[in-house]
Design a protein around this ligand. Structure first.
Ligand code: ATP
Ligand code: MG
Length: 361
């Protein structure tokens, strides 16, 4: 039987902090810096003891117990809120962090045993990290990283021209990357990750910070890369993105996989639930619990909208309960309503049902 594109079994990562609160993380094989890593973001530089001497400080469990298998050619989404452990998980798969325990197999190869073999098969794009030289041009970056992958000569030049063309960067290829727009920077980083033709692409929050048009373009590109037969692991906290792109999703919270399925099957878990979304000035403490006890809602979440002094309240209506009855009971408890909409359940609602909180808290 052909090996899975990626298998992750009981993966765990603890970060130890010393007394001063500094992370003592230890890079995964400090000798073997991944070709795509220009610069660490400062938290992965590792202590002199490689993380073994954390006994005087606290332990942060970033990834508690994560297991999943990804089939070849699949887009697999890791969906979870800030701090869920998504980036830590993909850094371990990409050989940038050493797992505390657990097992990873990339096409049957253990990154801890054979990192070079794994790095030849994966292309990783981390978010918010400096993985491209801003003072070099787009083309120079691709030449440099291509050489790190052992590519050279006319073959590399053809590859670079093809990637620049594909990502609509040909006209700006000889300008320094610092002059690129956010969308162009994202595209050159993706081009860099594809130089060695990896079969598994790992994308951390690929559309974060892009405008809606830029995000749509990037999503189209991701679907094209899948159509070429590549396997894609992406992280996101945008549920719509996970829904549109992913064949399957692992919902992750506090370092644990709390649900894993296709987007449609995850939503089917809510059965006949309908969702009422309210914008309100005040959220009277205890309302959600009291409506739930009265059988008028089956799940709820409230989150403060930071840009406005308002709350967005989501109420899940059980089958057979009308929106009017729930809203009337809601108003009786001293609440008011600015705006109201009845919607179909989304993955956000699945997350609310599983955790009792909003993904975007
Ligand atoms: N190098 C580190 N040292 C100490 N703690 C860390 C380190 N990296 C991550 N953490 C902690 O581990 C937890 C998981 O972080 P991680 O970056 O994996 O989350 P995430 O799901 O990617 O979140 P986000 O959506 O914000 O990117 C957080 O509590 C984070 O503060
Ligand atoms: Mg992250």
């Amino acid at each position: 039987m052909a090996a899975q594109a990626l298998s992750v079994l009981n993966l765990r990562k603890e970060f130890r902090r010393n007394k001063a609160g500094r992370a003592l993380t230890g890079l995964f094989g400090r000798r073997r810096k991944a070709p795509g890593t220009v610069d660490s973001n400062g938290n992965g530089s590792g202590g002199p003891d490689g993380g073994r001497n954390g006994s005087n400080g606290s332990v942060i469990v970033a990834v508690d117990d994560v297991s999943f298998d990804i089939e070849k050619g699949e887009i697999f989404g890791l969906l979870g809120p800030n701090g869920a452990g998504k980036t830590t998980t993909i850094k371990m798969i990409s050989t940038l962090l050493r797992p505390t325990s657990g097992k990873i197999l990339v096409e049957g190869t253990d990154p801890e045993q054979e990192p070079a073999r794994v790095l030849a098969r994966i292309g990783t794009v981390l978010s918010g990290e400096r993985c491209i030289y801003w003072k070099l041009t787009g083309r120079e970056n691709l030449e440099y990283f291509g050489a790190l992958y052992g590519l050279r000569g006319p073959g590399l030049r053809r590859k670079i021209d093809g990637l620049l063309d594909r990502f609509q960067l040909t006209g700006r290829a000889d300008e320094t990357v610092e002059k690129y727009s956010t969308g162009m920077k994202r595209r050159i980083v993706l081009a860099r990750a594809l130089l060695h033709d990896p079969s598994l692409l790992i994308l951390d929050e690929p559309t974060a910070g892009l405008d809606p048009q830029g995000a749509r373009n990037l999503r189209d590109l991701i679907l094209e890369l899948k159509a070429e037969g590549r396997t894609i692991l992406l992280t996101t906290h945008y549920m719509e993105e996970a829904d549109i792109l992913s064949d399957r999703i692992a919902v992750i919270d506090h370092g644990l996989v709390i649900a894993m399925d296709t987007p449609a099957a995850l939503k089917r878990r809510l059965g006949d639930t309908r969702v009422v979304e309210l914008e309100v000035r005040e959220w009277v403490e205890g309302t959600g619990r009291s409506l739930q006890e009265a059988g008028l809602v089956s799940g709820y979440a409230a989150r403060r909208l930071p840009e406005r002094e308002e709350y967005q309240v989501t109420l899940h209506l059980p089958a057979g309960v009308g929106a009017a009855a729930t809203i009337a009971a809601y108003l009786e408890r001293g609440n008011s309503v600015q705006n109201l909409a009845v919607k179909e359940p989304t993955l956000e609602d699945v997350f609310i049902r599983l955790t009792g909180k909003s993904l975007r808290d």
